[in-house]
Write a protein that binds this ligand. Structure first.
Ligand code: GLU
Length: 308
């Protein structure tokens, strides 16, 4: 059961459009944050996501999660697009920029606020960091500001952040979530949920580092009276030779070295595909060859996901 929530006309139209697109067939997406150059792990996730969409004769969208402008890096959007195209991973339609969709996110925030689903929170990061979190557990907001008088204005020189009263069934899993930060930034969870809904996404293939945020996103679907519109699949993370997570901020883990050594795309694609046992060791392959090899053998991809 989802909660009751009435949507204004404009949002309703966007959701209807998304629902229509979803009914027309498979729609997946790859949604990097332009915080740096894609590393091989990101590219492997993109490859799997692309393969799933193409094997289903569906659409594959490229979305830039560029809302947190402090973290964006100059040139990252161009380098992400170039790297994907170089490998042969082409997307459908124009690149979706979250920064151009702020009005949509704000209209949802406004309606949530109007319907009493949000409350102002003035807890500082420092204050919250003093709450003990059990090892391996995530931080659950203790509800400090939940029942205070809702004063949205500036206090002590600062605006509040806006938290969502999550429904009871999520309170132990996620706690009340920040949907708009005190500095005005819209949360990734809110933007991504609204994007999946309105862009008609019905399957999300992303890195396993995001498997832990699924409850936050489900809590938002629930709060706005929608069922989760997509199936979520998580691809294992690629590690370096020391078993460490690759980082976008470390250029050495991207395609740069292959470019500078004149190594061709089929070789790199072979390395990525080999690392998930789609091709034998040392294979060189193009995306279209890989796609035709996998036709009729789609189950070869299914074993990859950590939670199907
Ligand atoms: N932009 C997020 C990231 O790069 C991924 C978002 C998603 O796939 O849900 O980590």
């Amino acid at each position: 059961m989802t909660s009751s929530f009435s949507l204004p006309e404009n949002l309703f139209k966007h959701l209807e459009e998304g629902a229509h697109l979803r009914r027309c067939g498979y729609r997946g997406r790859f949604a990097p944050s332009p915080t740096g150059v894609l590393h091989l792990g990101n590219l492997r996730t993109a490859l799997v996501s692309w393969l799933k969409a193409r094997l289903a004769n569906g659409a594959w969208l490229l979305r830039m999660d560029d809302l947190d402008s402090h973290r964006n890096r100059t040139g990252a959007i161009e380098s992400i697009k170039n790297d994907l195209l170089w490998l042969g991973l082409s997307w459908d339609g124009p690149v979706v920029l979250q920064s151009k969709r702020k009005a949509l996110y704000h209209s949802l925030l406004a309606v949530l606020r109007k319907q009493g689903k949000l409350y102002p929170c003035r807890c500082s990061r420092r204050f919250l960091s003093m709450h003990p979190v059990e090892r391996g557990r995530k931080f659950i907001y203790p509800g400090t500001c939940k029942n205070l008088h809702a004063f949205w204005g500036i206090k002590d020189g600062k605006l509040p952040s806006w938290r969502l009263h999550v429904n009871e069934n999520f309170s132990h899993l996620t706690g009340d979530l920040v949907l708009r930060r005190a500095d005005g930034f819209i949360s990734y969870h809110l933007a991504t949920v609204l994007d999946e809904l309105t862009l008609g996404i019905n399957e999300v293939v992303r890195g396993a580092d995001l498997a832990s945020v699924i409850h936050e996103q489900l809590a938002i679907f629930d709060a706005i009276g929608q069922h989760a519109c997509a199936k979520y699949l998580h691809v294992p993370l690629m590690t370096d030779e020391n078993g460490l997570k690759l980082s976008k901020r470390d250029n050495s883990t991207g395609l740069k070295r292959f470019y500078s050594e004149g190594i061709k795309a089929p070789k790199v694609l072979g390395l990525l595909a080999e690392s998930i046992n789609l091709v034998p060791k040392g294979a060189e392959i193009t995306t279209s060859e890989l796609l035709s090899d996998l036709r009729g053998k789609e189950e070869k991809l299914d074993g990859l996901f950590s939670n199907t």
